[in-house]
Design a protein around this ligand. Structure first.
Ligand SMILES: NC(=O)c1ccc[n+]([C@@H]2O[C@H](COP(=O)([O-])OP(=O)(O)OC[C@H]3O[C@@H](n4cnc5c(N)ncnc54)[C@H](O)[C@@H]3O)[C@@H](O)[C@H]2O)c1
Length: 258
């Protein structure tokens, strides 16, 4: 376990998957957490955790980001860390994918993260803090059929790098975790399908990851154990980026390869 005892942390996309696992991990490490997601229903489980407060709202709304940090500061004190994790995925290649989908993905995955980052920095403890952004291996290279997601994740990884340069003098560290395929709501549709099996077969560790395995790296980043780590894009990917990092190409799919 990393040492997050007493840390005040906000986590977005906390209703499911990686965000939920992160809140549970941080609460188990005695951190004080504000958990944010779209609906109150998705956050009901937080009521069982004494040191967790919840906020329902959309992270593309600047006011929700303000409220998120206000709730943390008012309830627990100056902010030590922000886990900007909420994200969405849309399917569709560059020809058939709509610009409406592109705009929504960019709004949530990039603008929403930038808003969260700005709000968090303004509320951070005087001795600095840590911001962990959930990127993806899909931001390190291209995939076929999810171009808008690729663009958005490439952008937030570079956002983490740029912010790390801007905020280092305040002792605020900014890093991106880059998960490979993880069993969550986002990848549910691939379970038991030909594509899911093919993805699994290409992973050096031979399996999808669990959300808790990403939460473990995020908890390292929010803790002081990572005090000299900033501007990094850290794969948590079962080894996929040790190779080309790519799944089947579009031309491969057309030929019937997955
Ligand atoms: N699962 C994977 O294989 C994988 C791989 C790489 C990166 N990621 C990234 O991990 C992050 C978490 O995804 P996950 O896999 O846990 O998926 P998930 O769908 O289980 O969880 C994402 C959560 O974000 C919330 N959310 C979406 N849009 C929101 C918004 N506008 N405002 C507030 N909350 C919002 C959803 O309601 C959901 O609870 C995402 O950024 C995703 O892109 C996931």
């Amino acid at each position: 376990m990393s040492d997050n005892q007493g840390k005040v942390v906000v986590v977005t996309g906390a209703g499911s998957g990686i965000g939920k696992a992160t809140v549970i991990r941080l609460a188990n490490e005695s951190a004080k957490v504000v958990a944010v997601d779209l609906t109150e229903a998705s956050l009901e489980w937080t009521q069982e955790l004494d040191s967790v407060s919840s906020l329902a709202g959309d992270i593309t709304d600047p006011q929700i980001n303000e409220q998120m940090v206000e709730l943390a500061v008012d309830s627990y004190g100056p902010l030590d860390a922000a886990v900007l994790n909420a994200g969405i995925l849309t399917q569709g290649d560059i020809v058939r994918g709509s610009m409406a989908d592109y705009d929504r993905v960019m709004d949530v995955n990039v603008r929403g993260v930038a808003l969260g980052l700005k709000s968090a920095v303004a509320a951070m403890a005087p001795n600095g803090g840590s911001i962990a952004i959930t990127g993806s291996v899909s931001g390190l290279r291209g995939d076929s059929g999810i171009w808008a997601y690729n663009v958005s994740k490439g952008a937030v990884i570079n956002l983490a790098r740029a912010a790390a340069l801007d905020l280092g003098h305040l002792n605020i560290r900014v890093n991106a975790v880059c998960p490979g395929p993880i069993h969550t709501g986002l990848t549910e549709a691939t379970q038991g399908t030909e594509i899911g099996d093919a993805m699994e077969a290409r992973l050096p560790l031979g399996r999808f990851g669990q959300p808790e395995e990403v939460a473990a790296v995020i908890s390292f980043l929010t803790s002081d154990d990572s005090s000299f780590v900033t501007g990094a894009a850290i794969p948590v990917d079962g080894g996929i980026t040790a190779g080309t990092g790519q799944w089947a190409t579009y031309s491969g799919r057309k030929r019937g390869y997955l």
